[in-house]
Ligand binder design. Structure first.
Ligand code: ZN
Ligand code: ZN
Length: 373
């Protein structure tokens, strides 16, 4: 049985990191934070509605009547004891409470806030987009966050390892998804991290984001399984690819190329490298084999309170990897008619390289045998 990490999450000090970032960037020194993951990261509050106002002196969550008690309790438990929780029963009251805290230029998340809210606030204060500011701070995970993500990754690894032997002719993609999600919950997950992908055969496996269907697997199918567990708001993300029955020569070749590409990407990871260089390391293996055009997506992404977050590892990514980044490395090859192969691990970036959080073997396209115990 997997055991939950002992360390507790704490949001203590995060609001001061945000204030410092605002100061450094000569941005507005007061902001409204409305993105759900940003709100949670700052305050510990998990409710679905609320605006966080941060000024040089105040740190306030304005929410509605459903959430006052919950917000206070969660903020205290998460170490945000200095957070003031204000409750407005109507939207108009909440807006008035927010505006009462503000004067002059105010930062806000233009891509998150509704247009109606934006227009409403903009009629009283000068709004300046600060999108990405909190996300950039969230990139750097602390030890408790990393241990929670590692635990989520272990849950997904164990669940997939236990059921890969279920990949036999006649089983459907949905059967595999349902069993995986059930096992992850049994192992301690709150649920799946995102819509589990089980994509089989020459057409479905060729789609990087296929949704599970009632298609029955047949001998010779490639099966791409992309799965993650959610624990206390934190995600994990992994992909393994198997063959039902014996792999063909082309399937074996693709599997070995993707394995080599993924190994090259992992080897390129350490703090200080540019995300683009990790992407290039993966891509060059496919280019050398003349299959570069079959790698149709970016190499990876950060994972945390969001399943896809900063930094993104793609051809055009200028981001420099730093200590505390948790990122995926997930090259793949896809062609309708053949199917697809993707292998994805989740890693913590370290000064000398990386710590791989994904324990499940990726040595062979043949599903592991059922556990004997
Ligand atoms: Zn994935
Ligand atoms: Zn991913």
């Amino acid at each position: 049985m997997l055991s939950r990490p002992q360390s507790t999450l704490s949001v203590s000090g995060r609001v001061d990191r945000l204030r410092a970032a605002l100061d450094d960037a000569a941005r507005p020194v007061q902001v409204i934070v409305s993105g759900a993951s940003n709100r949670r990261w700052l305050t510990g509050f998990t409710g679905s509605a609320g605006l966080v106002v941060v000024t040089p002196e105040r740190f306030v969550l304005v929410t509605d009547g459903r959430y006052g008690e919950q917000a206070r309790a969660q903020a205290d438990a998460a170490g945000a004891g200095d957070l003031e929780v204000l409750v407005g029963t109507t939207m108009a009251e909440q807006k008035a409470l927010v505006l009462g805290l503000l004067s002059g230029d105010t930062g806000a998340e233009a891509t998150v806030m509704s247009r109606a809210d934006w227009m409403g606030f903009a009629s009283s204060v000068e709004l300046i987009p600060i999108d990405g500011t909190v996300e950039r701070l969230r990139r750097t995970k602390d030890a408790a966050e990393i241990e929670l993500i590692a635990y989520a990754a272990d849950i997904a690894s164990q669940a997939l390892g236990e059921l890969a032997s279920m990949l036999v002719p006649g089983v459907t993609e949905r059967d595999v998804r349902d069993e995986l999600e059930y096992r992850m919950r049994r192992l301690g997950a709150d649920g799946p991290s995102y819509e589990t992908i089980v994509a089989s055969g020459p057409t479905h496996a060729a789609l990087p984001h296929a949704r599970p269907t009632g298609r029955q697997m047949v001998d010779g199918d490639l099966v791409v399984i992309d799965v993650g567990a959610l624990v206390d708001g934190y995600h994990s993300d992994m992909t393994r690819t198997y063959v039902v029955g014996e792999p063909s020569d082309e399937q074996q070749q693709w599997f070995e190329l993707v394995t080599a590409s993924q190994a090259a990407g992992l080897a390129a990871i350490r703090s200080g490298v540019t995300a683009r260089d990790v992407d290039a390391a993966c891509r060059s293996v496919f280019d050398d084999a003349g299959l570069g055009e079959l790698f149709v997506h970016g190499t990876g992404h950060g994972v945390g309170l969001d399943i896809h977050e900063e930094p993104f590892l793609g051809r055009a990514s200028d981001a420099e990897l730093v200590l505390g980044d948790v990122v995926t490395v997930e090259p793949g090859l896809y062609r309708v008619g053949s199917g697809g192969v993707r292998i994805e691990d989740l890693v913590e970036v370290t000064s000398s390289g990386h710590r791989n959080l994904t324990a499940l073997s990726k040595d062979s396209p043949c599903p592991p045998s059922p556990p004997t115990t």
